[in-house]
Design a protein around this ligand. Structure first.
Ligand SMILES: [Cu+2]
Length: 304
């Protein structure tokens, strides 16, 4: 069993993308500080428990009105929910979704089964390139080329002179904690930097899709518009796998190449690059704020 693989934040998609992550109006609804909560009863098989004690990877059945059957990580707010759980356990639980958050509760074991083996097609779709060094703050970022949402080629070196933040997404990602959250934060950073007269002027944002077959320029432009992107500030790019995997590999970002949507797995990395093209800061996962990212971009934009 490959722990590094299990440590990846798994993620996936809906068959019907227009409904991505939006609560089904017919599902039972409660409320939280974060707004209305939509509840979905779900059944599945436990695949793995993360060492943090608050995440469980479950291969779940289809959730009518929300998503297809898939294997993905679920967070709990109370770690007691996962106490005693073992890989192979059949469980019933409640998935709770707000506009910006998702978690599960009322986890109940219905039967015990043998510990599952990870799906080999998923593991083999994740490529770890041996000749791509890990990069840290202070390191010069190599130059890579992509195609942007306007269908134009774009290189990282085109951004020299600007500080920028880049992150990795795919537009069909349905789970609110993952890609939609990254894009929400970019939208917030864009708004703050554009409206603050004291902010530097030399900044950009870059969302890199690792699903080029689906994320054509037109799709990326439509996605950007959903988040209110300003094309002069925020570019959304995709292109050949090689540069995408290399850029990702420098920072420990993993995704599966051309996986069936229900098997897509990825983790999260957001990187700030300074105006000279050097790595300034790396944000891991999703436990950081738009303000922290905006502050890092501002700091990276200053002449040194
Ligand atoms: Cu995602």
């Amino acid at each position: 069993m490959n722990n590094a693989f299990l440590a990846l934040c798994c993620l996936t998609l809906l068959a019907a993308c227009s409904g991505c992550g939006r609560p089904d109006p017919t599902a039972p609804v409660g409320s939280s500080a974060d707004g209305p909560v939509t509840n979905y009863p779900v059944r599945g098989i436990v695949q793995a428990l993360r060492p943090d004690g608050s995440t469980v990877v479950i291969k779940h059945e289809a959730i009518p009105g929300f998503m297809d059957a898939m294997t993905m990580p679920f967070d709990v707010k109370d770690t007691n929910e996962l106490r005693g759980l073992q890989p192979g356990d059949a469980v019933e639980f409640r998935m709770r979704v707000t506009e910006k958050d998702g978690w599960i509760d009322e986890v109940r074991v219905t039967s015990h089964g043998p510990a599952p083996r990870p799906a080999t097609n998923v593991a083999s779709a994740i490529r770890v390139l041996p000749d791509v060094p890990a990069l840290a703050p202070g390191d010069l970022l190599p130059d890579y080329g992509f195609t942007n949402e306007l269908g134009r080629s774009m290189r990282l070196s085109d951004l020299r002179g600007d500080a920028y933040a880049f992150t990795f997404i795919f537009t069909r990602c349905p789970f609110p904690d993952f890609c939609p959250r990254m894009s929400d934060r970019f939208a917030t950073v864009q708004k703050r930097l554009a409206s603050d007269p004291a902010a530097p002027k030399n900044w950009r944002l870059l969302s890199v899709s690792f699903d080029p077959a689906t994320d054509t320029p037109e799709t990326l432009a439509g996605y950007g518009r959903r988040f209110g992107y300003d094309p002069s500030r925020w570019s959304l790019v995709s292109g050949a796998f090689d540069p995408i995997e290399r850029l990702a590999g420098h920072f420990g970002l993993y995704f599966g190449r051309d996986l069936p949507p229900a098997d897509q797995n990825h983790n999260l990395r957001t990187v700030v690059v300074d105006a000279r093209g050097k790595v300034a800061q790396v944000f891991i996962g999703n436990a950081w704020s738009a303000d922290e990212l905006a502050d890092a971009v501002i700091a990276a934009a200053k002449p040194k």
